[in-house]
Design a protein around this ligand. Structure first.
Ligand SMILES: [Zn+2]
Length: 196
């Protein structure tokens, strides 16, 4: 099972604190709810492209001795199954959908097909996002679900929204890949899945 690492900072700061297993050790197992501390159980690696980082990061795993299942702590600047960080994807979507905001930082250059892939997924998710984010942000006046979801994410904060969506609702900001979505039966495999 994947849960989000309660961390806010740069990728470098995340990597610097990673060797200490006690720093963010879950107090109880999120799967069987056993109160026994989880044991550090190594790492898996995944790729990540952020605004100032493009490389491989380690993600810490813990083992529950009661249910014998593992829990991994994904840093909350990363999205499951996607190589690019929330910061990059959000800047790209904002630049594509709200290009009239000149003070916003420009997203890094992106191949057209990759950007269209994010846009298709975001467009498909927009109606559900508007409903899911209503507890974090008041629905904003907008001409369509796409722009309303964008405004709600801007109001709530993209990372905060991701924490809520993934942590509380087990939803992916851009929607789960089709192979994982129907019963989310493969959530446990996400820890091992290579980001796209
Ligand atoms: Zn357990």
């Amino acid at each position: 099972m994947q849960i989000l690492h309660p961390f806010s900072g740069s990728v470098e700061q995340y990597l610097a604190q990673l060797p200490d297993p006690d720093r963010h050790r879950p107090a109880c197992c999120p799967q069987c709810r056993a109160g026994r501390p989880l044991s550090a159980h190594g790492f898996y690696t995944r790729t990540l492209a952020d605004l100032a980082f493009d490389g491989t990061i380690r993600v810490r795993r813990y083992l529950c001795h009661c249910c014998r299942r593992t829990v991994s702590l994904l840093p909350d600047f990363a999205l499951p199954c996607l190589r690019f960080s929330i910061a990059v994807i959000s800047l790209w979507l904002l630049a594509r959908l709200l290009p009239q905001s000149p003070n916003r930082p420009a997203p890094p250059p992106m191949p057209y097909q990759r950007g269209q892939f994010w846009l298709r997924r975001f467009r498909s998710r927009a109606p559900a996002l508007c409903a899911e984010l209503a507890t974090l942000s008041a629905p904003a006046p907008a001409p369509d679900f796409l722009h309303r979801a964008l405004a709600m994410l801007e109001s709530a904060g993209w990372t905060r929204a991701h924490r809520f969506l993934f942590g509380d609702l087990r939803q992916h900001l851009l929607g789960w890949p089709p192979s994982l979505d129907p019963a989310r039966r493969c959530l446990a495999l996400l820890a091992d899945a290579a980001p796209a």
